[in-house]
Design a protein around this ligand. Structure first.
Ligand code: HEM
Length: 399
């Protein structure tokens, strides 16, 4: 069987896409971090947040990254209990299943609008024409910031994600330092932008998520502007890169497997299965960070306290101990317990939105273009970071 990762020219650092299976847990002296690759081991880490903390900044050696609490407070992803639970409950009240479900008609209308523009041009580059703008416009409208500013966000976020190397805690390099500096500068732009909007909402409330966050109370206390801004930053970044990757990857997978494309085209009820399998087969976020709070045994290895773990959910999603034929794209897998959205207390808050956007947009795309296929003359282009798997350019032929 041809390995599609090679056919597509995916970054060779993404070894798990090429059939390689490292031992489940391994220390890497080059990065100073413990890598967790195996499915049961990853599930154990994500299910025990007391031992495997999300507050990784606490153990990053001084001088590698600035330890600025102002940057992390309100960032759900990096918080532990009990603070995480309180904030998650609060934001879940603003980001309810109903809020998400009500977005369906808007997602459909936007998809049609974006596709109309592509049809007029007679060709399509999936990412620029649909997969990028759709989720960004949706999250911007939900938050209540002008979606017409999206080129600005794109510029900041793209620069933040430019670093294509492997981050190391022990070997500082000029390249890594430069990348961190650039990322921090871009984040500052985003923070200043969102602070201006959050401050304005405090004065003049509107019907948007930013206002709900400004007004929300946990145990009688409001979130600080800084917490609101850091959480909104997470949402805006998550809204940018993740669903974009999901849409691109799913089209790419279906195109490479014409028998599955035909089945999905014939019966759209098969689309959610294809989306879930795409999340397993090409997991957009390859790694999550954790830090041990105590010495712990994992996968036969003894890991000391206060060590950083790279938790490779993308590699775990290809573990043959969990998935039969892991390197085969099979949308009929049932059950499909992939962990592309994580697992446990930090399970992706945006998963219902990402799934809805994926289902609505791909359904419309397939309906409007019965002959849609990936341009055989132009290879897809992938995001260079080894920690992310997603196309950043996918030229399509419409007929
Ligand atoms: C958390 C993946 C879309 C917001 C996570 C985590 C993963 C993930 C793996 C767990 C992080 C951890 O355990 O450290 C994805 C993927 C997406 C997606 C693959 C799309 C295909 C979104 C969207 C939003 C979002 C669209 C918001 C609009 C969040 C938030 C968290 C999170 C706020 C933190 C939850 C917590 O810490 O309690 N996501 N995400 N995600 N995601 Fe997503």
């Amino acid at each position: 069987m041809t390995n599609v990762a090679e056919q597509w020219g995916i970054n060779p650092q993404q070894f798990w896409l090429r059939g390689q299976r490292p031992e489940p847990v391994r220390f890497d002296p080059a990065t100073g971090m413990w890598n967790v690759y195996g499915y049961p081991e990853v599930v154990k880490v994500l299910g025990d947040p007391a031992t495997f903390s999300s507050d990784t900044m606490r153990v990053v050696p001084a001088g590698v990254l600035p330890r600025d609490r102002n940057m992390t407070e309100g960032n759900l992803v990096q918080m532990d209990e009990p603070d995480h639970k309180k904030l998650r409950r609060l934001v879940s009240e603003a980001f309810t299943p109903k809020v998400v479900a009500d977005l369906e008609p808007r997602i459909a209308a936007l998809t049609h609008e974006l596709l109309d523009a592509a049809v007029e041009r007679g060709r399509m580059e999936l990412v620029a024409d649909l997969a990028y703008p759709l989720p960004v416009i949706v999250i911007a409208e939900l938050l209540g910031v002008p979606s017409s500013d999206r080129d600005l966000f794109k510029q900041w976020v793209d620069k933040m994600l430019e670093f294509a190397g492997q981050f190391s805690l022990v070997k500082k390099s000029a390249e890594q330092d430069r990348a961190i500096e650039t990322a921090l500068a871009q984040r500052k732009h985003l923070t200043e932008y969102l602070t201006a909007h959050a401050t304005e909402r405090a004065r003049r409330p509107r019907e948007d998520l930013l206002t709900k966050l400004v007004q929300a109370e946990v145990d009688g206390e409001h979130l600080s502007t800084n917490e609101v801004v850091n959480f909104a930053t997470v949402l805006l970044i998550a809204g940018h890169i993740t669903t974009t990757m999901l849409l691109g990857n799913t089209v790419l997978c279906l195109d490479a497997h014409p028998e599955h494309m035909a089945r999905v085209r014939a019966d759209r009820r098969r689309l959610p299965g294809a989306i879930e399998e795409s999340l397993r087969f090409l997991s957009p976020f390859a790694t999550l960070g954790r830090a041990t709070t105590a010495e712990v045994e994992l996968g036969g290895q003894q890991i000391p306290a206060d060590k950083v773990l790279m938790v490779w959910i993308a590699a775990a999603n290809r573990d043959e101990r969990q998935f039969a034929r892991p390197d085969e794209f099979d949308p009929t897998r049932d059950p499909n317990p992939h962990i592309g959205f994580g697992r446990g207390i930090h399970f992706c808050l945006g998963a219902p939105l990402a799934r809805l956007e994926g289902r609505v947009a791909l359904d419309i795309l397939l309906s409007r273009f019965p002959d849609l296929r990936v341009d055989p003359e132009e290879r897809p282009e992938f995001i260079p970071s080894p920690n992310m798997t997603g196309v950043r350019k996918l030229p399509l032929l419409l007929s």
